[in-house]
Structures are given as C-alpha cells and as structure tokens.
Design a protein around this ligand. Structure first.
Ligand code: 5GP
Length: 252
C-alpha cells in the first residue's frame, strides 16, 4: 500500500495530501504546546475532541454562509479540508480582555470590551507571532485592502455565530483566533476560514462560575484539559451527557 504524503507537521496537527487534487487530510494530534512551544505535553483525547469540535463549528459556519475549508470528517482524528493558501496572519477577536491584551494594556482579565476588537498577528513562530497593524499588512503585501475588508467581515461573523452558540450553553466567548485561507476559482480568489476552531484557539469561560474550559487550563496548570474540552463538547451536544470525561465518547 502506498504511503500518503505528509505536507506539513505543526504543533497540534499534521497535514497530508488528500485523495483528490485540491484536498488535504488534516490530522489532529494529542500534543499540547504553549508559550511558543516552551511548554509541551501529550494529552490523551485532545486531538479527538478538537477534530470533532472543529467539525461542529465549521459545519455550522458553512450552513450560515460563512465559507470554511471544512469538507467532511473522515474518522476520529482526521478531516478532509479544502487546500488553500494560508494568509500569514493570526486573526484574533476579543469580546473581553484577557491574555496578552490584559498584559499589554493593563486591563483586568474579564473586563467587557466596549465592542469586539479585532487584532492581527504576523504568523512567525521564530518571532513569537508579533502584533501588527493594517499598515504593516499593506506595506509588506501580506493581504490587500479588499482582503482586509473581507477578513474583518468574516472575523466578526464568526464572532457573532460562536458567541451566540456559546451563550446558549452557558459559556462566555472571551476571545478566539482564526486563520484565513485563499482559494482560487478560475480568475477569482476568495477567502475562507481555515485551520481549526476549537478550545485550543478560543478562551471559553463558564458564565456562572468563570471556570476556564479552554487551553488556558494547560497554559496555567488549572486542571485536566480533556475534562474541560469534554465539558464544552457535552454542552454543545457533540458528546453524550453520561460519557466519562477522561475517555471521550463522541456522538456520531
Ligand atoms: P492571546 O493573544 O491573549 O495570547 O490570545 C488570544 C486568543 O487567541 C486566545 O483565545 C488564544 O487561544 C488564541 N491564540 C493566540 N495565538 C494562538 C496560537 O498561536 N495558537 C492557538 N491555538 N491559539 C492562539
């Protein structure tokens, strides 16, 4: 049997060539990293949960007309996605102050922001993904003005969708990061949501208790990460209510 071709291996995922041109198989690993990979661990079940949760969010976005790279889930750890050219930016949307924004601006974590704030970081691990402005993005040609208008609109639509979904299950969407892909249809290009949307890339706080249900549990040593992600999956109906938390059983 022929071995499939690995295209890229990142901190949390591996990309393989897909079965048809223009497709990619995205494999979710159990590896967890934080602080630019200074802190590392393997957390059993994380990849399975993120595969399923990212499928859930991206399918919902596709249904409301926000285009994503997601095509279909293949198995517990893999999904088929559309190949795209990744725009070298991390797009962060914040509803409440936390993390680097709190540090940078001295705003207490949990403070509600006057409106959602969108930030851009240049995707470069060696530099620690530095914050950049529209000026850097335009001057260095990472995205055009039209792209930036589309990216802002996509980011805010994802925020509206995800905030509402989370609010419905008693979770506050504090902030999140998305990545954007460029696809070509003949002479035209358009932008789609790529990579993943999961508790690895969002801050999710229980509305009542403030309990963290996201990767900060790992970053800040606050408990069991799989339990936190399983709780999100259970509330969204992606996992049965009775399932044991340490060995995630997912609803098909
Ligand atoms: P902060 O800038 O406060 O560290 O992160 C803001 C939000 O973006 C958080 O939800 C965080 O999880 C997400 N985020 C920022 N950078 C990365 C990254 O490199 N990888 C992942 N998975 N999420 C990120």
């Amino acid at each position: 049997m022929a071995r499939r071709k690995k295209i890229y291996e990142g901190k949390a995922k591996i990309l393989y060539e897909g079965p048809e041109p223009g497709t990619i198989v995205q494999y979710f690993k159990d590896d967890a990293t934080a602080f630019n990979a200074e802190k590392k661990d393997v957390i059993e079940g994380k990849g399975v949960l993120n595969n399923r949760l990212s499928e859930f969010f991206m399918t919902g976005l596709n249904h409301i007309g926000v285009p994503t790279h997601f095509l279909k889930r293949l198995n517990m750890r893999e999904q088929l996605v559309r190949a795209c050219e990744i725009v070298p930016l991390e797009v962060i949307v914040r509803n409440f102050a936390a993390g680097t924004m709190s540090k940078r601006l001295g705003i207490e974590e949990g403070t509600q922001l006057p409106r959602p704030i969108v930030e851009y970081c240049y995707k470069d691990d060696g530099l620690g993904d530095p914050l950049v402005t529209d000026e850097h993005i335009a001057a260095f040609g990472w995205a055009s003005q039209q792209d930036m208008d589309d990216i802002l609109s996509l980011a805010l639509r994802v925020n509206d969708y995800m905030s509402g979904l989370m609010y419905g299950v008693g979770i506050k969407l504090v902030d999140f990061k998305i990545e954007i892909g460029r696809v070509y249809d003949g002479d035209f290009q358009r932008l789609i949501i790529a990579d993943e949307i999961s508790p690895d890339s969002c801050r999710l706080w229980d509305m009542e208790s403030g309990q963290k249900l996201d990767k900060d549990v790992f970053r800040r040593d606050l408990g069991n990460l799989t339990d936190a992600y399983s709780e999100v999956a259970r509330r969204l109906g992606v996992m049965p209510k009775s399932a044991p938390v340490t060995k995630p059983t997912l609803i098909n």
